[in-house]
Design a protein around this ligand. Structure first.
Ligand code: SAH
Length: 244
């Protein structure tokens, strides 16, 4: 898939594109990533992308012209991307949204700064997405989080796709607990069953563990979950274990 980030501070993405899952997704060409410097679409000496707010005059707003000039050029060369404006006023991002965006062929993130963007820019925006009910100073850090989540959902990006399926929220349950070596540390043991080599037994144990964690940590997710037959059987076993 193609991802573009439109920003006034392209340097922020320099190391982001080099490391970890996103870095590998880009180097293996599963993501074609482009950072677009909005200042390249200005015509004054200072490369100005912001101006005073009409009405109150308080704070600065991102100007409409550079964004539209960038948009026109992009569409002429590559076609119309799906445009996301990271904004505290949008719907809150979640795993479903990551999956949905990962299936698009071309997504462009418009990073706001200052008080936000000139409202007329909204005429080319397809959706506003928020990272949560708080305000940060720019869309760049938010966009990085969104791209990290989207990249994991592109098949082949995360080594074993199975490990993505176990992630919290992917299937509506939190991830089970995980351990690595050593088996014993300061009196804390890795559960014996995880070392027994019986994959059916281990699978059942981890499913129960995920169910218990979800019920304890996120009862809201637990209560609204449409449990599968396998999960219901695991819950029955858990109840039996508790009562005998
Ligand atoms: N005055 C605006 C906030 C501007 S913050 C308001 O109150 O709605 C500057 C930029 O940071 C925004 O344009 C947006 O791109 C980004 N941003 C800030 N908080 C965000 C959030 N919770 N989710 C997504 N983007 C956010």
């Amino acid at each position: 898939m193609k991802i573009e980030v439109v920003t006034t501070i392209p340097e922020l993405f320099d190391s982001f594109v080099k490391f970890g899952v996103v870095g590998r997704a880009i180097s293996s060409k599963r993501i074609e990533f482009t950072v677009i410097n909005l200042r390249d679409y200005t015509h004054d000496r200072h490369k100005t992308t912001d101006d005073y707010t009409y009405g109150t005059g308080i704070g600065m707003v991102m100007k409409v012209e550079p964004v539209f000039e960038m948009f026109d050029e992009y569409v002429k060369n590559y076609g119309r991307p799906w445009i996301v404006y990271p904004s505290p006023q949008g719907e809150i991002f979640d795993q479903q949204k990551a999956i949905e965006l990962s299936s698009k062929s071309d997504v462009m993130f418009l990073c706001g700064r200052y008080e936000g963007i000139d409202e007329r820019i909204m005429s080319i925006v397809d959706e506003e997405i928020s990272i949560g009910d708080f305000v940060v100073s720019g869309g760049e850090s938010v966009t990085m989080v969104f791209i990290e989540a989207i990249a994991r959902m592109i098949p082949g990006v995360v080594g074993k796709h199975a490990s993505v399926k176990d992630d919290s929220f992917f299937a509506g349950l939190l991830d089970h607990s995980n351990y690595t070596r050593p088996p014993s540390y300061r009196g804390m043991e890795v559960p014996e069953i995880l070392r027994c080599g019986d994959h059916a037994k281990i699978g059942k144990y981890l499913l129960k563990d995920a169910i218990i964690r979800t019920a304890k940590k996120r009862p809201d997710l637990f209560l609204k979950r449409d449990f599968t037959l396998e999960e219901k059987a695991a819950i029955v076993e858990l109840l039996r274990e508790k009562t005998c």
